[in-house]
Ligand binder design. Structure first.
Ligand code: PMT
Length: 401
């Protein structure tokens, strides 16, 4: 499972650093390519030479080589890795990661890494239970990092409690499951709509909404991470996308989005519609900027095509169509109505009544609603995590086909 996987192993200054040597050997045995980055304190516990010999790569720890003046690129390290595994992660490093500090190479690498980050904490029981550490870990989880909860047992201090880094075998097993899942959509195509649509009034004005595209982009990235080829049809946003599996198709209006979605939909297995599409557009678009005149200006609006409804009609057996409902009142009732009328497999309800949910935020709070009446309710999470939940649910439906 780990053959050819590029794992960047971050080692920080705790006694559990000795276990990282076994971890490295185990990863190599399973066929992974491993590079090691250490904090300056880590090498007080285990020498760089040990990790360099076992990994086959020089170990990075300083920003630059003091003798040659050679600069070590944390950006390159972060881009190289399929996964950044920090094991052991001390309370100190966890705190710095949560607060965005960058005073060693491991931390600058963390801040510039685009790959998933997995953290295996190891520390004394009281440090682990301390409110500050728990809060820092929860910040990191909210930002989408994966935390491998430490085991209970005897600690280096002689105390007994939670704080032992997971055993190398447990971590390797986790990585095997992680990578298996990460390629689980390989060979499948998916369509995602994201962002707002702009409906022109004249050359300088439009009717739009507050969608930032964050939710839809997170879904596209999660699908791509799991191996799917993704067509992301996006209204105007400030976001960029880096994953090579994602083809970004930029549109402005609902009618453009509609045309592209109809073209692509027959070729995909999965479609997730997270765009906030304008239901109406101005009946006429003025060719020149409308000049200020009387006290009132009336703009006649006409209905836009309903992309979701049209895809719902086209949907063939085996295709999965998932929509969103953004509501301000009568949430459940409205969402159920949309679920049925648009022929979704399930609908993701987000309500503007919930703090941290909906437009523009990095977080969302959602409910999945199914046609059999089943409802799954989720706590507030980052959009990255909400995207994971949505794709997990889709995979569950695919497995049951
Ligand atoms: O982009 P962010 O800032 O991250 O915000 C995310 C979000 C709030 C935009 C997103 O989570 C969300 O709720 N998207 C759908 C918003 C919406 O337009 O909901 P709706 O209830 O009006 O539409 C229901 C469903 O039909 C949606 O899947 C929508 O994409 C689709 N639809 C609606 C109208 C239309 N003409 N065509 C459509 O396809």
């Amino acid at each position: 499972m780990l053959k050819g996987k590029k794992i960047l192993l971050g080692v920080t200054g705790g006694i559990a650093a000795y276990k990282s040597v076994y971890l490295l050997r185990e990863l190599k045995k399973q066929g992974a390519e491993v590079k090691v980055v250490m904090t300056p304190m880590a090498k007080e516990f285990v020498g760089k030479l040990t990790f360099a010999t076992l990994s086959g790569y020089p170990v990075e720890e300083e920003f630059f080589d003091r003798q040659t003046g050679q600069w070590f690129s944390h950006v390159e390290l972060g881009l190289w890795a399929d996964v950044f595994l920090i094991a052991p992660a001390t309370a100190n490093t966890i705190a710095k990661m949560a607060h965005g500090l960058a005073d060693n190479l491991l931390l600058t690498t963390y801040l510039s890494a685009r790959c998933p980050v997995i953290i295996a904490p190891a520390m004394d029981v009281d440090m682990y239970n301390h409110a500050a550490t728990q809060q820092n870990l929860s910040v990191l989880k909210q930002r989408g990092n994966i935390v491998l909860e430490p085991n209970e047992g005897e600690l280096a201090s002689g105390l007994v409690g939670r704080g032992r880094m997971q055993e190398p075998e447990q971590i390797v097993e986790f990585l095997e499951r992680f990578f298996a899942k990460s390629q689980s959509l390989k060979g499948l195509k998916a369509l995602v709509t994201a962002g707002p649509t702009y409906e022109l009034i004249d050359p300088v004005r439009f009717i739009g909404n507050f969608s930032s595209g964050k939710m839809g982009y997170a879904i596209a990235e999660e699908l791509a991470m799991r191996g799917a080829k993704v067509f992301l049809i996006s209204g105007p946003t400030h976001l960029s996308i880096a994953h090579p599996n994602i083809e970004l198709i930029k549109v402005v209006s609902a009618r453009e989005m509609h045309r592209k979605a109809l073209d692509i939909f027959p070729s995909v297995k999965i479609a997730v519609l997270a765009a906030a599409v304008a239901d109406y557009r101005p009946a006429e678009v003025a060719s020149q900027k409308i000049k200020k005149s009387g006290d009132e200006l009336v703009i006649r609006l006409v209905k836009n095509p309903d992309i979701a409804r049209d895809l719902g009609k086209l949907k063939s057996t085996g295709q999965i169509l998932v929509g969103f409902a953004l509501e301000t009142d009568n949430e459940l009732q409205n969402a159920v109505e949309k679920l049925k009328s648009k022929n979704f497999d399930f609908i993701v309800l987000n309500s503007l009544k919930d703090e941290g949910a909906g437009f523009g935020t990095d977080t969302n709070k959602v409910k999945f609603i199914f046609s059999n009446g089943q409802i799954k309710d989720f706590p507030l999470k980052t959009k990255k995590y909400v995207a994971k939940d949505i794709i997990d649910q889709i995979q569950d439906l695919l497995e049951r086909q």
